[in-house]
Each structure stands twice: as structure tokens, then as C-alpha cells.
Ligand binder design. Sequence first.
Ligand SMILES: CC(=O)SCCNC(=O)CCNC(=O)[C@H](O)C(C)(C)COP(=O)(O)OP(=O)(O)OC[C@H]1O[C@@H](n2cnc3c(N)ncnc32)[C@H](O)[C@@H]1OP(=O)(O)O
Ligand SMILES: CCCC(=O)O
Length: 442
Amino acid sequence: MRVDEYRNKCVSADEAVKVVRSGDWVEFCWAASMASLLEEALARRTEELHDVNIRGAVLLKPLAILDSDPMGEHFTWNSWHLSGRERKLVQNGQAYYIPIKYSEVPRWIRENLQTDVVAIQVAPMDEHGYFSFGVTISHYAAAIEKARVVIVEVNEDMPSVHGGYDHMVHISKVDYIVEGGHRGLPELPSAPATEIDKKIAAYVLPEIADGACIQLGIGGMPNALGQMIAESNLKNLGIHTEMLVDGFVDMVGAGKVNGSCKQLDRGRITFSFAAGTQKLYNFMKNNPVLAAYPVDYTNHPCNASRNDQLISINSCLEIDLTGQVCSESAGTNMMSGSGGQLDFVEAAYNSKGGKSFICLPSTYKDKPGQVQSRIKGLMTLGSVITDTRTTVHFVVTEYGKVNLKGLSTWQRAEALISIAHPDFREKLIAEARKLKIWRRKA
Ligand SMILES: CC(=O)SCCNC(=O)CCNC(=O)[C@H](O)C(C)(C)COP(=O)(O)OP(=O)(O)OC[C@H]1O[C@@H](n2cnc3c(N)ncnc32)[C@H](O)[C@@H]1OP(=O)(O)O
Ligand SMILES: CCCC(=O)O
């Protein structure tokens, strides 16, 4: 019976995308799960379609629709979170960013967003008629509830993952199935940890106790910390995160993780999407220790904070002397996105014994190659505030760590200058004076 249903719904990618109409919004991909056959088929319809908006994120492959429509007259790419590839597209005016608080995306889709077609990549159907969403759970179930048409592209290499709820779709809710065969998964290798990353991680490590529950963000530094935890004496750790990365596999492999102290999903590794190397994807396949959930479950601060000692480790691009954090743009140039950073900054502080860490190298090199401080008197004009100064807890550079909670403006300036690169401290003191946040000595 179900075999018949499967056969009847199987079509070619070109046949499936015929359902897309001018004016539609299509929910398409997140990171490592992109339905490339469908995307290429959509590009072949370029001349017939107008004003089709596509939503996706963390694009890891080139887009055929951009080659077929270089002037953006037919398709508009809207990204929930920019990969390096999308950063260039946005800066060239070929794509747009959707500002998000990631925990809210499923609700936005259910309550606010036009969603006509869902076209996603999934794992092969199981004997009960379910397709696992594989490496991306995120907001897919909410989009499916809303859509006029649901198309799944089956990738034989997509791991089926164990989960809590809304981590798979039943065939009865699918309109078209496109069999893609073995298509592999794009890899997002972790940036190798630099000496600065290791120094920063060394300040964070002593703040983590046995039984803590870990969230790691995106970027080189969180990854360095994952490796250090794997090599530490810590034990009985738990994992409750938005993004599952290779660093967690190392922690599990080293015997550091058993989830025995978690209040939520005890004994399980809670996550909403994964991106990494084949090592991570192999680890995920049918692994009963995993608990995949939609992002409003993993990221909602009221949920995540139910775990005691939640430790959240994220990176940023710049911070001003009062503690406002920008993690997503360089001035008006969008670099990445807010993602779930604020969700976890809030969740960790609300968890009993929890701590959030914003980690940043003290400097960066600008385009002409000049070294600049990431700690600034004033935020660069146009930079987006990802975490307001009231939410920020610990800030860490290679020169130390400070806890900003409850500090007066002059104390914040003093604390942040103490962890700025020494070459910039005098200049920052002068700026703090000008801003009236440098204490007059009694
Ligand atoms: C995923 C979860 O589990 S939940 C929450 C996590 N989500 C988030 O934290 C979202 C926001 N954060 C992010 O997107 C990332 O962590 C980032 C962008 C802040 C850091 O990522 P990294 O890869 O470590 O970036 P990095 O510090 O190397 O900087 C990226 C680029 O910006 C440049 N840059 C850094 N700081 C600045 C600055 N203040 N001004 C201008 N440019 C800057 C760097 O030079 C680098 O340029 P390049 O790509 O040309 O070399
Ligand atoms: C893709 C990463 C989303 C986030 O940073 O939260």
C-alpha cells in the first residue's frame, strides 16, 4: 500500500518544480541539506517564472538560479544566515539577509510568512513511511505545515537521525518525491584552531565543571574549545546545542559526554542542525544518543535554560566599551547573521550555574592589512547589535576574561580595556574619557 503511494509520488525534478508559480515563496535549504536537483530544475524554468522568492541559509554550493538569472529578474535569494558564499552575494546586491532570532523562526513561518512550496533534501523513507530530515531539522516541520506543496529530494547518503518530535515527515504529507541516489553531503570543515583561539579557550576551560551542559557556536574558537574539552579531565558532560559540529564528536569519542546531569533529554545529545565533516555525518546515522528537535525547542531560552550549568560559547566581530556585541556585520556589510547567539546568551544566564561566553581575538586585519582593535570606543557605524549590553555575561580575549554583569559604564570600559590588545589600550582610554565613561579619580 505504502509502496504504491511511494511509487505514485515519485517524479523527476523537472516534473516536481512545475508546481512553483510566479509570486511563490519557496523554503529551500539550510546548510548541508540542499535539494540541488530541484534547484537545478528550477533554474531551467527561469524564463517562465517571475518574482519567485527563495529562503535558505548557510549556502555551501553555487546556485544554478544565479547563473540563469544574473540580474535577479526572476528569483530572489533570501538568506536566514550567510555563509561566505552568501556574504559576497549580499554585498553584490544579489541576495538579501533575513534578520532572525533563530528560536522564533518556526513561529514566524506558522504565523507570518508566506510559504507556498517546501523543497528539501531528506533521508530515504523508513518502513513506517517516514523520511528523516537528516542533518537539518530547524524549521522544516513548520514550513511543511504551511506549504501548498511539499517536495522531498531523497539523498541515499543523508543520515536518518533519532529525535524528539518534528524531525521527520510522513509520506502522507509529501506531494512529490524525487529520488536523487547517492549525492553525498557538503562538508563544512572546522577552521583549525589558532594560537589565539587556544589562549582564549584556556581562559574558558576552568569555568566549566563536571556535569556542565555545553553549547558551541560557529567559528574557529568554539571548535578549539571543543578539542580542549575532549583532551581535558572533565566528565559527565551534557550537550544541548543548536548546531552539532565535529568538536562534539571528539568530546563523545574521548568519553567526556554521557548527559547524566541534564535536566532536559537526560542522556541524549540535543541539537537542531549539523554541519561538519563526513566524520560527523557518520556519527549521526541512526545514533540513538541523538535527540534532534526543531529550533524553537533547542534554542528557546526557557527550554535550554532548564539544563543546569549551561555553558554557551560564541564568537563576535566587535564589542564596544559598554559591552554591546556585534557578531554579524562589519559596519553595514552583513558578514553572517544573528543565528541563535542571543538565544543561548540568554539561556545560559538563566540556567542554574550557567554562564555565557562571548569570545573574540582582540584584533583583526582590515582590508588594507592594518591591525585593528575589535574592542571599540563606539561601534562601527552600521554594525548590527547582536547581543545588547544588558544580556552579555563573560567576554574573553587572548588577554583575559571579564564578567560584565551588573557593571557600571566606567567599570565596563575598564574591564574591556584590560583585555584589549595592549597596543590599543591608550587610545581606548582616550575614547572612554571622551565618551564620559572613564572614571574621574577621587
Ligand atoms: C550555532 C549555534 O550553536 S548557536 C549561536 C551561534 N551563532 C552565532 O554566534 C551567530 C553569529 N556568529 C558568527 O557568525 C561567527 O561566530 C562570527 C562571524 C562572529 C565569527 O566567525 P569566525 O569564522 O571565527 O570569523 P572571524 O573572526 O575569522 O572573522 C570573519 C571575517 O571578518 C573579519 N572581521 C573580524 N572582525 C571584524 C571587525 N570588527 N570589523 C570588520 N571585519 C572584521 C575578519 O578579518 C574575517 O575576514 P575574512 O573572512 O576576510 O578573513
Ligand atoms: C548557521 C548558524 C546559525 C547560528 O549561528 O545560529
